[in-house]
Design a protein around this ligand. Structure first.
Ligand SMILES: O=C(O)CC1=CCC(=O)O1
Length: 262
């Protein structure tokens, strides 16, 4: 198991592929850990160095008590890249991972050669919705939000045969304080001005059936970013790397080709 002590927390990460290969860093969504990319990775071209990590308060990474912000989470990603002596990576962020990627590109532009913002936006959800969710989790735990969360994450077809079961368990087993801290970070985040100033290749991806960040919201962020490309995966909900891994990987691969990473 690999960990790096970054910004006063131990971050758990995985590092696959040739050390000198073009590097791609993946950042997970709220309530998931780095296994969320397991099904997608075999569909990527060979020769890439693939870094995945658990953000603070999720998976096997440490949680630092108290609030955190998207900028702090982006600084964690930057710290991990510097720990690995990596720069000019392609960064792929899913949902809150996409917010982290936007902040990372804005604050640490030297580290990012290209950005994939998947199922994410510059601002996600109403502040009150996040406060209501935090209050419910404090009162009744993460299991109390699991049902509606699966409906936002996955299409009816995926859920119909119980394929959401392991992902429900992954959500329920996240550290409650870490999940709540990330809800607060999302509630506080508004990166609309920051993304309009980005000057790097960006690919934005939506899931046609996404119940958390619907295509109209995701496309709104693509429209703010100069020259960003936008694609929709039909049949995918909020987590296409689980539900439609080949289609998700194909869009990421085309982007990696576009930026000369493969
Ligand atoms: O509501 C959800 O669980 C979906 C989501 C919003 C931000 C994120 O990372 O996941």
């Amino acid at each position: 198991m690999l960990t790096a002590h970054v910004n006063n927390v131990d971050l758990h990460y995985a590092d696959q592929g040739p050390p000198n290969g073009p590097a791609v860093m993946f950042s997970n969504s709220l309530g998931t850990d780095l296994r969320v990319w397991d099904a997608l990775i075999p569909h990527l071209p060979a020769g890439l160095r693939i870094i995945r990590y658990d953000k603070r308060g999720h998976g096997l990474s440490e949680h630092c008590p108290g609030p955190c912000s998207i900028d702090q989470l982006a600084d964690d990603a930057a710290g991990l890249l510097r720990h690995l002596n990596l720069s000019r990576v392609a960064f792929v962020g899913l949902s809150i991972g996409g917010l982290i990627g936007q902040s990372l590109a804005a604050r640490h532009g030297d580290l990012v050669a290209g950005l994939v913002i998947s199922n994410s936006a510059a601002q996600i959800g109403e502040a009150q919705m996040w406060q209501d969710r935090i209050a419910q989790i404090r009162a009744a735990g993460l299991t109390s939000i699991a049902g509606p969360t699966m409906q936002r994450w996955f299409s009816p077809a995926f859920r119909a045969n119980g394929r959401d079961g392991p992902w429900r368990r992954m959500l329920e087993r996240q550290p409650q304080d870490g999940y709540i801290a990330c809800c607060q970070a999302i509630a506080d985040a508004d990166l609309r001005d920051a993304v309009a100033r980005l000057r790097l290749p960006v690919q934005v991806i939506a899931g046609a059936l996404d119940g958390a960040t619907p295509p109209v919201l995701v496309q709104g962020t693509a429209d703010l970013i100069p020259d960003a490309e936008y694609a929709v995966i039909p049949g995918a909900g909020h987590i296409p790397c689980v539900e439609c891994p080949a289609e998700h990987a194909a869009i990421i691969t085309r982007f990696l080709e576009r930026i000369g990473h493969v």
